[in-house]
Design a protein around this ligand. Structure first.
Ligand code: NAD
Length: 340
């Protein structure tokens, strides 16, 4: 049993908060002390399932001196207030992607982190996807030449926007899904783009009272390459997997094609043709398979060791700046230059 277990809490007991709580509960280096949700029923349900205390306000977590580190798993648009309060109370934070849904909010979080010196890590978990790791390792070893042109798509079945997330209209596919794509481009190109151009459509979701884009396409220009990133929130629910995730990278010497929509299993019955998302988070009995738990464990290790977190607040800030630049491009119809 490790001597310096980290006392942790999870704020946001929703769909993804479960991945954080389950990972901490099953990780020997962490001690899950409390969970927090403004919805008391959700907090109580998590507390019972993961054997810890339930809270309904972030202030309770902030005031608990025993808690060292917190996962922030609130809606995309509700990270700022929670993160600033936690940073000011000295808590290290693992913040779900995207860091925020505006540069102003992201800057406010970064400022609080800077002023307090807490460790802040952004959970860009696709950095830990086995196929992305393999491509990145080969690039780093110089086996693939230099990235030249990338096309990537991450889209969801429409139910994610219409049924899963009550706050979809306060985010959008560009933030919820596009933040992953922008980060995967960052990992594979190993640098930031110089310019962004984007286009988008609002139609189907707006007609259903959800005020966000249906589909967004972003074009990122680098000094020596380019990436087209596409995201949509209106795939029909009959699509066999909750998401459609595809990455293709042409380099100067090689080509990588990663189709994450097929993870090796299809289960069909009379009502449904299903491709379960096996690689992400698959709790089976007492074991927890899937790459999504790895960044959560790395966060605990960073807090334990005092070493920098593998995915920093600057990564989160750059990510928000690129998506905000894409939103500006959609409004103006112009290419937006990024500060380097
Ligand atoms: N759903 C996914 O597949 C997924 C995957 C990866 C990352 N994420 C990210 O995780 C975050 C949460 O997404 P989700 O899908 O779990 O949303 P969700 O709506 O299922 O859960 C969010 C929870 O936060 C609670 N909450 C809101 N404001 C709060 C506050 N101030 N204090 C405490 N609790 C508060 C809500 O009541 C809700 O229970 C988002 O940033 C999202 O992008 C989600």
């Amino acid at each position: 049993m490790p001597e310096n277990k980290v006392n942790v809490a999870v704020v946001g007991c929703g769909i993804f908060g479960e991945v954080h709580a389950a990972t901490y509960a099953g990780f020997e280096d962490a001690n899950l002390v409390a969970v927090c949700d403004v919805d008391a029923e959700r907090a109580a349900d998590f507390a019972e399932r993961f054997d810890c205390r339930a809270c309904t306000s972030v202030a309770e977590i902030a005031a608990d001196e025993a808690i060292e580190a917190v996962s922030v798993v609130t809606p995309d648009c509700d990270h700022r207030e929670v993160c600033v309060e936690l940073a000011r109370s000295g808590k290290h934070m693992l913040i779900e992607k995207p860091l925020a849904t505006s540069v102003e909010d992201a800057d406010a979080i970064a400022l609080a982190v800077d002023e307090t010196g807490v460790t802040a890590m952004i959970d860009f978990h696709n950095r830990y996807h086995p196929a992305i790791l393999v491509a990145k390792a080969r690039l780093d070893r110089g086996e693939m030449g230099k990235p030249q042109v990338m096309y990537a798509r991450l889209s969801d079945r429409i139910e994610v926007a219409t049924e899963w997330l009550s706050w979809a209209g306060r985010s959008g596919p560009e933030w919820f899904l596009g933040s992953h794509l922008v980060d995967v481009a960052r990992v594979l190109f190993g640098k930031q783009p110089r310019r962004v151009f984007a286009d988008a459509r609002k139609d189907v979701l707006a007609a259903r009272g959800i005020d966000c884009y249906d589909s967004v396409q972003m074009h990122l220009s680098y000094d020596d390459g380019m990436a087209t990133l596409e995201t949509s929130w209106i795939i029909p629910n009959a699509w066999p997997m909750v998401c459609d995730f595809y990455v293709s990278l042409q380099t100067t010497e090689a080509r990588a094609d990663i189709d994450m929509s097929n993870q090796g299993a299809t289960i069909v019955d009379d009502g449904r043709y299903d491709r379960p998302f096996l690689f992400g988070h698959t709790p089976m009995g007492r074991a927890d398979f899937g790459f999504m738990s790895y960044p959560i464990r790395d966060f605990v290790r960073a807090v334990q060791s005092g070493q920098p977190a593998p995915c920093t607040i600057d990564d989160g800030l750059d990510n928000v700046r690129i998506i905000a630049a894409a939103m500006e491009s959609i409004q103006t119809g112009q290419v937006v230059e990024l500060e380097t």
